[in-house]
Design a protein around this ligand. Structure first.
Ligand code: MET
Ligand SMILES: [Zn+2]
Length: 342
């Protein structure tokens, strides 16, 4: 399946149809790399693993999420920027190579997974719909706040000196590199304010990018993104952008998701995606996740059905969620699946 020659929106509608109406997004990526032993206490965060010596870990995490049932896997490029790589002493060319690698590694993981599925026919999953599910590679684009590596993507205030133009110039090159590397989708993630959504929309238009994109916002309550801009206004920006095929929220506490879905549905008829975090709060000073007083670590899998009834159609997890969360979501959507395809 490819989007070439197809309108972005019809490509994505076909994908969702093939998935049976609802699709599974993967779970926390950086979190999972850490669980496999990576030390991400670094300005580059998960992008640190794109250096060749750690690329096997990136592939491994992608495979874990595919084996858990994901239809969409997000690349390790969330915090990968040429500027960020240069600040760490890499050359421009090396930065470009690592960005491209993020897409290539995800594609390799998809091939390995497909290969395993075909070869191991004796242990094939009985659930045909699950086994034949389509799989897309989404190039992760973290916000400008993510590049600042100071937790700004959870605050959303970039100050007066940062304009739409600043943001477009910041994102332009890496978006083009990721598209050129063959991503099926661009996942603009953890968008903290309306300004950055406007910048992405203009950028897609100006560069004539035909690769479908999704806009996903990080939110602080049931009706506002973290900067305080309303989710309705932010989703409206996404709604008016032709290349945007889905709109939603990520890295947001599960308790706000239901209300957010309703607000987004008022602004757009595009498919709605949700991939909450565990409900814990990120403390940038100590680089730690702590349980907030309102909620212990939520297990949001039991709510998937309700969120689907509220109108969402893509479900996954963000920080501090694991392949187990995604397995639970896949089972909620596809029914009980065997552990192995694998
Ligand atoms: C701070 S949100 C991080 C999103 C990214 N896709 C990850 O799971 O690591
Ligand atoms: Zn997150």
């Amino acid at each position: 399946m490819g989007f070439k020659g197809k309108e972005a929106s019809s490509f994505f509608r076909d994908f969702l149809d093939e998935c049976g109406g609802s699709a599974v997004i993967d779970g926390g990526f950086a979190t999972e790399l850490e669980r496999h032993g990576a030390d991400l206490n670094d300005q580059l965060w998960s992008a640190k693993c794109l250096v060749s010596s750690s690329s096997h870990l990136v592939r491994r995490v992608h495979l874990d999420y595919l084996e858990a049932g994901a239809n969409i896997i997000l690349t390790a490029s969330y915090q990968a920027t040429i500027k960020g790589f240069e600040a760490k002493g890499f050359s421009r060319e090396e930065g470009v190579t690592m960005l491209r690698r993020s897409v290539e590694i995800a594609r390799e993981a998809r091939e390995i997974y497909h290969d395993r599925c075909t070869k191991d026919s004796s242990d094939f999953m009985r659930n045909e719909r699950y086994r034949k599910r389509p799989i897309l590679i989404a190039a992760s684009v973290g916000s400008y706040g993510a590049y600042l590596a100071d937790g700004s993507e959870y605050v959303g205030d970039y100050g007066d000196s940062v304009t739409v133009q600043t943001l477009k110039d910041f994102h332009r090159e890496r978006v083009k590199i990721l598209v050129d590397a063959g991503a099926d989708l661009i996942a603009f993630e953890t968008i903290p304010n309306k300004l950055e959504a406007q910048a992405y929309a203009e950028l897609l238009d100006e560069e004539g990018i035909e690769t479908p994109a999704w806009f996903s916002f990080s939110c602080k309550d049931e009706s506002n993104v973290v900067s305080g801009d309303s989710i309705f206004e932010c989703a409206s920006v996404a709604d008016s952008c032709r290349q945007v095929v889905a709109v939603g929220v990520n890295c947001t506490a599960p308790r706000f998701i239901h209300g957010l879905i309703s607000s987004i549905k008022k602004a757009t008829s595009k498919p709605v995606l949700v991939y909450p975090n565990s409900g814990e709060t990120y403390i940038s000073e100590s680089n730690q996740w702590v349980k907030s007083s309102e909620s212990a670590k939520d297990d949001f899998v039991p709510y998937i059905g309700k969120w689907r009834d509220a109108g969402a159609s893509l479900f996954g997890g963000c920080c501090r969620t694991t392949p187990n969360t995604i397995r639970g979501i896949a089972e909620a959507i596809y029914g009980k699946v065997q552990d192995k395809c694998m």
